[in-house]
Structures are given as C-alpha cells and as structure tokens.
Design a protein around this ligand. Sequence first.
Ligand SMILES: [Cu+2]
Length: 337
Amino acid sequence: MPTDSSRSPLAAALLLPLVAAACAHAPSPMLPASEPAAHLATLGWWLIGVATLVFLVVLFMLLVPLRERRHTIDRADVAPPHNERLILIAGALVPAIILIGVYIGTLQTLNATATPAVRPKYMIEVTGHQWWWEIHYVSADSSGEFTTANEIHIPVGEPVALRVASGDVAHSFWVPQLQGKIDAIPGQTNSFWIRADKVGTYRGECAEYCGTQHAHMAMAVVAEPMDKFQEWMRTQRAPAPEPTDSLSTRGLAVFKSAPCVLCHTIRGTDAGGRMGPDLTHIATRLTLGAGAVDNTPGTMAGWIANAQAFKPGSDMPQIQLDGKSMSALLAYLETLR
Ligand SMILES: [Cu+2]
C-alpha cells in the first residue's frame, strides 16, 4: 500500500492535466493576446497560486493531528489542546494579510485595464440581442457609419472604444483573450475598450445567461493590420452590390417578396427590417447565427430553410420556399460581399 507521502504527488499529477486542459485552448483568458488580458491572466495565476497554497496548508494542518498518536483521547478530564497565539496568527492575521494582498492586486489590475493609454480612434456600438450581436461602427460623419452583426474587425495594436448596450435582456460582452467582461444592460450604455496585440481571430461569448440560445451567442473579433482593416471598413460601409446576372436578380426579387424584409436590412435595397442582423455583406461573414455554424453556401441554404434546426428557439423563423426561388435567393445572398 502506498504511503501518504507517495500518494500526494500522485494526486497532484492527476489534477494537473485537468487544470491545464481548462487553460490550454483558445479562447482561454489564460492565453492573453493583449496587454489588459495579460494583466488579468497574471492576476488569475496569482489567485490560483495563493488559493492552492492556502488549501495545501489547511489540508496539512488537518492531517497532522490525525496522524498523531492520540493516547490522551480516553482521558476525558484532559481539555483539548489549544494555543491562543496560533489561533490568532493562523486564524486572523495570516488570512487578513492574504485578503488585503489579493484586494490590492485586484485594484491594481482593475486600474491597469480600465482605460487605454492612448485615446481610441475608433468607436463601436455593440448591442446584445437574443441571441446575436448588433455591431455598429460610429463615425464623425454619418456617411462613415455602418452596421453589421456578430463580427468585429479591429486594427491590431490599436485600442478601440466600445459602447455596450442591450436591446432586450441582460447580456455580457466577453472576448477572453482580449479583455475582461462588460455587462450589456437594458436601458444603460456601458463604456469599454478592447485591443489585440497579435493578428488573429478571437472568439467572444455572451457571458450572462440570457435565455434558450445563450450558448449560441458568440462573436468573432478579427484583428488585422491597419490597411486590411480599412479595406474591410470600406467594403462594409458600401451599400450592397447590384445583382448583375438574371439568377441573382431573381434572388433579390425573392428576398423582397418573402418575409425576410420585415426583419432584415440590405442597404441599397428597400429592405429595412431591424429585428434581425443586417445582411448587406452577409457573404463576407465567418459564421451564421452568431457562431452557430460556419458560413458556407450549404449552411446558408440549411439556415434559411430551417434555422430552427441549427438554433432551436431563435427568432429566425422557418421559411418555405420552392426549390427555384431558394436557389435564386442563395445566388443573390452569395453576391453580398
Ligand atoms: Cu447570453
């Protein structure tokens, strides 16, 4: 039988992969890709370290008396041993020092992540909806503004200001590798900012339970070099391209005569619905249904025919179209680049 001293390294060895598995994959906050996220990760590791140390010390203090030969146990007249100084130090002083240290570390981290070092040049309004994100790029002149959904592009290395709000219930905006969380609260706008120091695509999540499809309320933050970012902005700002061939022209007609227009906007056409995501450049988006599926012609067809199969309970209804109308509609949506 293994002795106690050989068992504890074994337990530690068994636990370590579990801890590591929780942190090893994006979008873990323990894989920071920005300075504020690095501050938060450092604080996280400190908290885990301190908590582990406290746990081990307490465990040790529990085990020591168990291993002692308690020959005094049958002598009922002997009071349990107690040591007032030990109780004072281990029970009050040490916890107070640890908690004050954690408090100071947390305040420092909050301070370091609260505001960017330089004034952001770009501002994005992010509005949480059940269960997708409306993304609106603000600009000094209204011709520079545009709306998209579930995908944020930012220039790498630049802070970007966010104004986070909700269209219905409480949500929370969280891109773990870039920043902490900020709540999206009905009737209130919260100011926030993000930055990415490495080019890449970072997954964001709604971090406040908001109903049936809370788990499928993701977004992508694409950090790219300034020139690519500006090119993306130019594309997104432009109205939808006019259909050029007969199939996609028919597709636009299908879109306009189907219920789609009640809920979706395609800028440049008279479709101006606001209940669902702006579809002006839907073909450029990485996913459909706020990260529910990758955006491919196949998933697009499936989504329109039966969004409820991908995202049960979502506000995108099932729409009946005959095969010809569907292929025309798909051809048109494919041109929305
Ligand atoms: Cu949610």
